[in-house]
Design a protein around this ligand. Structure first.
Ligand SMILES: Nc1ncnc2c1ncn2[C@@H]1O[C@H](COP(=O)(O)OP(=O)(O)OP(=O)(O)O)[C@@H](O)[C@H]1O
Length: 274
C-alpha cells in the first residue's frame, strides 16, 4: 500500500523575535514549494542547513499547517497527523522500558490493531529489518543501528502509505549507515511504501532516491528535481557508489548545493509585524 503526495504552491511563515529589538517579525521559511511524489516512489530531499527540509516533512506529517498553498495525500488535503503516514527521526525515540517487540507492539496498540494480532505482526516487522532474534532485547542492549531498525519496524508495522524519514541515519557510523541504506532499499522494494527521506549526505541522497529534490534557501523552494537512473538491481553485488554514473550524479548535486550554500551567506529575509 502506498500513497501519492502533492505540495502545491506551499508557503510557511513563522513569527520570530528579532535579535536586536526583540520585535515580532515574519520569517518566510518556505515560499512557492511545488512537488509531486508518486505512490510508491522513493524521493530524497537535500538542501543547505535551515532551507526548510524538516518544515516540509512536518507539513506532510500533518504536525503543522501551511500558511499558504496545499499539501495533499492521494489528492485529499491533509488536515492533521494520521496513521496513513509515519515518521522516523534521527533520534531513536524508543521507550527504554519496553523490549524491541514491546516498542513495535506499542505503536500497533496506538493504531488500534487487535491484541491477538500485535505480537505476530511486531515479530514480522522486526524480521523484515533483520532483528527477529533481538525481539526481547531492551533498547540499552541494542546498538545505534539496531535501535534505528526497531524505529523503522515500528513505523512500518501499521502499514502506512507514506514513510517520512528525517535524517534517520545521521547519528550512525559510516559502515552501519551504508548497511542500513542497502537494507532500506530492500525494505522499500518489499513494502512498496512511498518514502520521503531527508539527508545532508549527497551520496546517501543519490544511493537511495529514485529522484533527488534539491532545495534552495531563504525562502525554501524546490530548486531542481533530479531523476537518478542507476541500475540498482544488477548492481546489487557491486559497489554502486564507485561507478562513474554515481559520481556524475553526486557531482551534479554537489554543484547545485554549493551554489545554494554561497547564496545562504546573505542575511535572512524577515518582515516586521506591525
Ligand atoms: N517553529 C518555528 N518557529 C520559528 N522558526 C522556525 C520554526 N521551525 C523552523 N523554523 C525556521 O525555519 C527555517 C527552516 O527550518 P528547518 O528545520 O525546516 O530547516 P532544515 O532544512 O530542516 O535544517 P537542517 O538541515 O539544519 O536540519 C530555519 O531558519 C528555522 O530556524
Amino acid at each position: 500500500m502506498s500513497s501519492s503526495i502533492t505540495l502545491r504552491d506551499v508557503g510557511q511563515t513563522f513569527l520570530v523575535r528579532g535579535d536586536d529589538d526583540r520585535q515580532l517579525r515574519e520569517f518566510v521559511a518556505l515560499d512557492g514549494v511545488d512537488l509531486e511524489i508518486a505512490a510508491g516512489e522513493f524521493v530524497t530531499l537535500v538542501g543547505p542547513s535551515g532551507c526548510g527540509k524538516s518544515t516540509v516533512l512536518d507539513l506532510v506529517s500533518g504536525l503543522t499547517k501551511p500558511t499558504s498553498g496545499t499539501v495533499s495525500i492521494d489528492g485529499t488535503p491533509i488536515s492533521g497527523p494520521g496513521l496513513d503516514r509515519s515518521v522516523v527521526f534521527q533520534q531513536y525515540t524508543l521507550l527504554p522500558w519496553r523490549t524491541a517487540r514491546g516498542n513495535v507492539e506499542f505503536a500497533l496498540e496506538a493504531a488500534g490493531i487487535a491484541k491477538r494480532e500485535r505480537a505476530a505482526r511486531a515479530l514480522d516487522y522486526l524480521e523484515l529489518v533483520g532483528l527477529g532474534e533481538f525481539a526481547n532485547r531492551y533498547p540499552h542492549e541494542l546498538s545505534g543501528g539496531m535501535k534505528q531498525r526497531v524505529a523503522i519496524a515500528r513505523s512500518l508495522s501499521y502499514e502506512p502509505g507514506v514513510l517520512l524519514m528525517d535524517e534517520p541515519f545521521g547519528a550512525l557510523d559510516a559502515q552501519t549507515r551504508e548497511r542500513l541504506q542497502e537494507e532500506l532499499v530492500g525494505i522499500w522494494r518489499r513494502t512498496g511504501t512511498t518514502v520521503v527521506f531527508i539527508t545532508h549526505d549527497i551520496e546517501e541522497a543519490v544511493f537511495l532516491g529514485q529522484r533527488v529534490a534539491v532545495m534552495s534557501s531563504r525562502p525554501g523552494r524546490i530548486k531542481e528535481v533530479i531523476d537518478v537512473d542507476l541500475d540498482r538491481q544488477t548492481a546489487e553485488n557491486q559497489d554502486l557508489r564507485a561507478t562513474p554514473a554515481f559520481a556524475s550524479y553526486r557531482h551534479r548535486i554537489w554543484s547545485l548545493l554549493r551554489e545554494q550554500t554561497l547564496q545562504a551567506a546573505r542575511p535572512e529575509v524577515v518582515n516586521r509585524v506591525a
